[in-house]
Design a protein around this ligand. Structure first.
Ligand code: GLU
Length: 482
């Protein structure tokens, strides 16, 4: 049977980085096995919907390169199947369970349920629907139940959890899981407004969509025994389960906003490359073995297996993510990067710059930044002529030293745009000027950089001078020396 998996987000917010990882593992697993990965929007809880969340999640997934195989075509990506368009179906299936005795009617009001929970709390027992004392099909009897239903009394449908049996299932990541029926709540399947809960809709859809592997976040592990019971109640074969461990903050708490960005779009806005983020996220809790850390989507597909997903939560290492982005920045074609940087340069007012010049600047500076867009700021002295102000201390280090000043004057006096054309000629000219003033070349380099770029640090000095160009070097020197 060919592999079929699904990513099933609820549109209760924008795409969380942890959800990207869940979606990615589903995608990698499907592609590794030549299978199908579908997107299903689980919007049964109408009270928690967030406007625009579906569109945002779909576009974040597409940005990251997670593409789906089925469903209507939206925004360059497939999907989604949407549960709210399938509501009648869940009701029909829910009623099947009432008919076969694995689910039942319950008529309790919210006040009655609150009172039940308070009694349980006072008695020190875990809150759980008490089938034997509440107002349901079993305590009221068939006749009274029929009468209430005929009267249109508000009711829900609950799963009848067998009280003494153990529910067992195998999880591909966590191993064998056993939960006793006493610990499982008689889950509501259909709400009083007739809408299904997550549990019913999820199981019905996984069955109808012929899902072979349910790969989802660990927070859903407590729901799985209920789902296993639902599969049994329907007489369906359950899919294989794999619960992916949580992403953690450096202090090992559940990853949250308090520690930094958590939404995929935040990372995109910061300037992370989608493939660097995907590479990093794939390695949060999984590694194929060996020393390699850099994996393209194709590499990830080839290497992915559920067996190598860790059981323990994965700490989200922001420093490593930055390093990863830098690695992608260093290895990418500079001409491609130049095209991507153009809009940022234009925004900063650097217009009419040759893309090939931008590519040269990127090649010079990319070792020193994390994000491509940082080059627009870091290299402003190369793109434009409005330099940041030198501080009085910076000026004093030069003007306070007669021999350095003499070297700079010599450098300026002998300036010839015709001969200063590359790194070697700039270097030779700087050396000659230092010698002329009787100082070592080392003493000349920092002042030269300061005067010509107004920065203390930068990349290779002579390559920098070459890119600034003889003419602009001469102007900047003249204006400093005057
Ligand atoms: N709708 C659930 C969520 O928001 C899906 C859980 C599952 O994959 O079964 O994560």
């Amino acid at each position: 049977m060919s592999v079929r998996v699904r990513f099933a987000p609820s549109p209760t917010g924008f795409l969380h980085i942890g959800s990207l990882r869940t979606a990615l593992y589903n995608y990698l697993f499907a592609k590794h096995h030549g299978g199908t990965c579908i997107l299903r929007i689980e919007d049964t809880d109408r009270t928690r919907l967030v406007d625009g969340a579906i569109e945002e999640q779909i576009s974040s997934l597409a940005w990251a390169g997670v593409v789906f195989d089925e469903g209507p075509h939206v925004g360059g990506n497939y999907g989604p199947y949407t549960q709210s368009e399938r509501f009648d179906l869940y009701r029909t299936y829910g009623m099947q369970l009432v008919d076969n005795g694995t689910a039942y009617y319950a008529f309790d009001t919210s006040e009655e349920l609150d009172a039940m929970r308070q009694r349980q709390q006072a008695a020190g027992i875990a809150p759980k629907y008490d089938r034997s004392s509440m107002r349901n099909q079993y305590t009221l009897g068939e006749q009274e139940t029929a009468r209430l239903l005929a009267d249109g009394a508000a009711h829900v449908i609950r799963l009848k959890v067998p009280l003494t049996t153990d529910v067992r299932f195998h999880d591909e990541i966590r191993g064998d899981v056993v939960v006793n029926g006493r610990e499982i709540d008689d889950q509501i399947l259909l709400k009083s407004d007739g809408f299904p809960t997550y549990h019913l809709a999820n199981v019905v859809d996984d069955h109808l969509m012929e899902i072979t592997h349910v790969i989802r976040a660990e927070e859903w592990l407590p729901s799985t025994p209920k789902h296993v019971l639902l599969y049994e109640a329907f007489g369906w074969k359950a899919p294989t389960f794999a619960h992916v461990p949580l992403l953690l903050n450096p202090d090992r708490s559940k990853m949250s906003k308090r520690h930094g960005d958590v939404m995929v779009r935040d990372f995109a806005a910061k300037g992370y490359f989608p493939d660097a983020l995907v590479n990093f996220v794939a390695l949060c809790g999984w590694h194929p073995g060996g020393d390699n850390e850099k994996f393209s989507m194709e590499d990830l597909i080839a290497a992915f297996s559920l067996e190598r997903v860790n059981k323990a939560g994965a700490v989200f290492d922001y420093k490593k993510l930055e390093w990863m982005n830098g690695e992608y920045l260093k290895s990418r074609d500079p001409h491609e990067l130049a095209t991507a940087l153009m809009p940022t340069l234009e925004q900063r007012g650097f217009v009419y710059i040759e893309p090939s010049f931008v590519a040269d600047v990127i090649t010079l500076l990319r070792e020193r930044v994390t994000f491509l867009k940082d080059i627009a700021e870091f290299g402003d002295y190369l793109f434009g002529d409005t330099l940041c102000e030198l501080t009085s201390d910076q000026v004093a280090t030069i003007t306070g030293n007669e021999s350095v000043l003499a070297a700079l004057r010599a450098f300026h006096a002998g300036f010839s745009a015709a001969t200063l054309t590359d790194e070697a000629t700039f270097k030779a000219h700087a050396q000659a000027s230092a010698e002329h003033a009787g100082i070592k070349m080392g003493a000349m380099m920092k002042p030269l950089r300061l005067v010509l770029s107004h920065r203390d640090v930068g990349a290779d000095l002579y390559r920098t001078l070459q890119l600034i160009g003889a003419e602009r070097c001469s102007q900047r020197l003249a204006s400093f020396l005057s």
